[in-house]
Design a protein around this ligand. Structure first.
Ligand code: FES
Length: 97
């Protein structure tokens, strides 16, 4: 079940991306955090406890929202604009958060 429910930008251009290989759609103007959490309930697992994490500050300060691209590139989800074809990984094991 998604953590967020879209209330705005419902008519903005669609941006296709994937979460753990599953095709998804965001909207122009979304950041990665918003786009991902409109589809799933977490961004990643804590590297310390394994607990689900979904970001905290939403402004680039807390470092709680790091996700991976399939290439292994790390992204701060709350400050990274969603772009076409992004391949976001949320389900790698502990220590990859
Ligand atoms: S949610 Fe705090 S840095 Fe992204």
């Amino acid at each position: 079940m998604p953590l967020l429910h879209r209330l705005v930008r419902n008519d903005s251009a669609v941006i296709s991306f994937t979460i753990d290989g599953v095709p998804c759609a965001g909207r122009a103007g979304d950041n990665v955090l918003t786009a991902v959490l409109c589809h799933v309930e977490r961004l990643r697992q804590s590297e310390f406890s394994g607990a689900p994490r979904a970001g905290f500050c939403q402004m680039g300060a807390c470092q709680d929202c790091w996700v991976l691209r399939a290439s292994g590139e790390r992204l701060r989800a709350c400050t990274t604009p969603l772009t076409e074809g992004m391949d976001i990984i949320t389900r790698r094991g502990r220590g990859h958060g």
